[in-house]
Design a protein around this ligand. Structure first.
Ligand SMILES: [Mg+2]
Length: 181
């Protein structure tokens, strides 16, 4: 079966600092037309910093779209579509937690919301950690927390952690840490 939708018309709706919004008119496999609301995002990197005790480093920060404080793995968007996601991962780890990783490795990449957004998040594990100075962006206010992976899994199950990339990262970390035993 042919699933492809062909773009017939693109309307730019909004051009923001982080995202662009388009309305696309497409032709469907059955020949009919439909419109798609699409959010364009430059992509991001997320880091799972794991120490030798099986603890992960997370950041606590206020998230305006939800109007709540969340606990998330360190992450940030790529400076441009061309930026190497590994460089972005190293930078965000250092800026948000002050940690430097002796080893930083790509694990998986995830599409957060394929229904309306092209955002891809590249996930890295960071090990052989050493502590330095954090230097978050001017408009970023956050605290770093170090929590054991098994406690983090409980925090997912008790709805204390709801951020999707963080949930995936914690479950991947649990698998990695268990596998190393
Ligand atoms: Mg961030």
């Amino acid at each position: 079966m042919e699933y492809t939708e062909k773009t017939l018309k693109t309307e730019d709706i909004y051009n923001g600092n982080i995202i662009k919004v388009q309305k696309q008119t497409v032709s469907l496999p059955n020949g009919k037309e439909a419109t798609r609301d699409i959010v364009l995002h430059p992509g991001a990197s997320v880091v799972i910093p794991i120490n030798e005790k099986g603890e992960l480093y997370l950041v606590k920060q206020f998230r305006k779209p939800l109007d709540i404080t969340t606990l998330e793995l360190p992450a940030g968007k790529l400076d441009s579509a061309e930026e190497d996601p590994k460089i972005c991962a190293e930078r965000e780890l250092m800026e948000e937690t002050g940690l430097r990783a002796g080893k930083i490795e790509h694990l998986i990449s995830i599409h957060t919301t394929p229904g309306f957004c092209n955002e891809v998040i590249h996930m890295y594990t960071a090990t052989e950690l050493t502590q330095g100075e954090a230097c978050a962006d001017e408009d970023e206010f956050l605290d770093v927390e170090k929590i054991h992976v098994s406690e983090l899994v409980d925090m997912i199950l008790s709805h204390k952690i709801t951020d999707a990339k963080t949930i995936i990262g914690i479950l991947m970390a649990e698998k990695i840490i268990k596998g190393n035993k």
